[in-house]
Ligand binder design. Structure first.
Ligand code: NAD
Ligand code: UDP
Length: 390
């Protein structure tokens, strides 16, 4: 752990205590890694699960972990646990990552999605505001919804104009589909929490930062169905495609895989979050896009690249039919809809925190798929070779 660390304005960084809600998830686990390995800060890690941070909580051999006195795990569900306010009071800052945030749930479990992303976030905002504590709240790039450009005629030259598709925190509108397109239950819930936090800032002086992640991906994201998650579960695209590659099945392209995404490496994105934590004067009252505008692909291109990278890291040949098309209704059910394109404008995060993503899509897929292969290939082989019970 480095000592004598300074913030972006050259001031010494004092050790703080962070209440991290959702610390056991994908982003939380990487943030905990970073905080334990590179900073002197303490973490009160709140989640219902801790599998992804076990390596930080329990020594693998004899002897204590070097950060043993700086991380405490609190297994609790924020829906119904009176200990939450006490933990927020004990900390200098709260980071709220807790959410249902897999698209397969938005249209099939809309009530759980809305409760998790809106109702369950309310006490966290309230306790931070009432106790004068800083809050970093994780929202989503999905609050932008669809781009203006997608409503233009297919052959309109304006579709090439960034003004019609680049997403800016302080200028772009939030464009969702109709109510029966329940996909947007998540985005709408997240948007209302953003508005609430913003209003708490304006009316009651809450010190807040809102983060809009644009497809952060990397090791430990979601689960591999049938291995460390339910067989019928549908995780986000990285884990879906990893699962297909591990099982040597064609990758499923929803509605032709024409939607576009920009993917950022989790380790780059975590650097941005650490800058927010340690530079309150620059991060307070801001909404930040955090993504990598240089890593844009269609989902079809992502599938092709993942197939090539996986061949390289596993030494296995690619399938003769590497992808198949499926309809969104078949894959996700009624009420699915999609964001067409997501390019983050980086002006604000550049200006406030001087942050830029570094890792190319190929490189981030190489390290992530190496991890997926190392972690899951054997387990998948065993699962496939098991005789089916008659
Ligand atoms: P994740 O599902 O891996 O992590 C969320 C964690 O919150 C899980 O460990 C879960 O157990 C915990 N949690 C949920 N409800 C809880 C409750 N009631 N009480 C206690 N713990 C609870 O997801 P992630 O990818 O790490 O995302 C974290 C945040 O970032 C979410 O708010 C998500 O909406 C947002 N986000 C992430 C991405 C991305 O690219 N990964 C994109 C957009 C938004
Ligand atoms: N998708 C796909 N095949 C899959 C999983 C996802 O084609 O097996 C598509 C999905 O329809 C969307 C994109 O991949 O267009 C990204 O999906 P993800 O679940 O990662 O979340 P999103 O970026 O939509 O929030």
């Amino acid at each position: 752990m480095a000592s004598g660390r300074v913030d972006l304005d050259g001031n010494p960084i004092k050790p703080i205590t962070i209440c991290m809600i959702g610390a056991g998830g994908f982003i939380g686990s990487h943030l905990c890694d970073k905080l334990m390995n590179e900073t002197p800060h303490k973490v009160l890690a709140v989640d219902v699960y801790n599998d992804k941070i076990k390596h930080l909580l329990e020594p693998s051999g004899s002897g204590e972990l070097p950060w043993a006195d700086r991380i405490q795990f609190h297994r609790l569900n924020i829906k119904n646990d009176s200990r939450l306010e006490g933990l927020i009071k004990m900390a200098d800052i709260t980071i709220n990552l807790a959410a249902i945030c897999t698209p397969a749930d938005y249209n099939t479990r809309p009530l759980d999605t809305i409760y998790s992303n809106f109702i369950d976030a309310l006490p966290v905002v309230k306790y931070c505001s009432e106790n004068g504590k800083r809050l970093i709240h994780f929202s989503t790039c999905e609050v932008y919804g669809k781009t203006i450009g997608c409503f233009l005629p297919k052959d309109s030259p304006l579709r090439q104009d960034p003004a019609y598709y680049v997403l800016k925190e302080d200028a772009s509108p939030c464009i969702f589909g109709s109510i029966e397109k329940q996909r947007w239950s998540y985005a709408c819930a997240k948007q209302l929490v953003e508005r609430l936090i913003y209003a708490e800032g304006a009316e009651n002086g809450l010190e807040f930062t809102i983060v809009r992640p644009f497809n952060w991906i990397g090791p430990r994201m979601d689960f591999i169905p049938g291995i460390d998650g339910p067989s019928e579960g549908v995780p986000r695209v990285l884990a879906c495609f990893s699962n297909n590659l591990l099982r040597r099945e064609p990758l499923k392209l929803v509605d032709g895989g024409q939607s576009q995404r920009t993917f950022v490496y989790i380790k780059d994105a975590i650097e941005a979050v650490l800058l927010m934590i340690e530079n309150p004067a620059r991060a307070n009252s801001q909404i930040f896009n955090v993504g990598n505008p240089n890593n844009e692909v269609t989902v079809r291109q992502l599938a092709e690249m993942m197939t090539q990278v996986y061949s390289k890291v596993s030494g296995e040949s690619s399938l003769e039919t590497p992808t198949i098309d499926v309809s969104s209704k078949e894959f996700y059910g009624e009420g699915y809809d999609d964001s067409d394109k997501r390019i983050p404008d980086m002006t604000i995060i550049n200006r406030q925190l001087g942050w830029n993503p570094k890792t190319s899509l190929w490189d981030l897929l190489e390290s992530t798929l190496t991890y997926q292969h190392r972690t899951y290939a054997e387990a998948i082989k065993k699962a496939i070779s098991k005789p089916v019970a008659s």
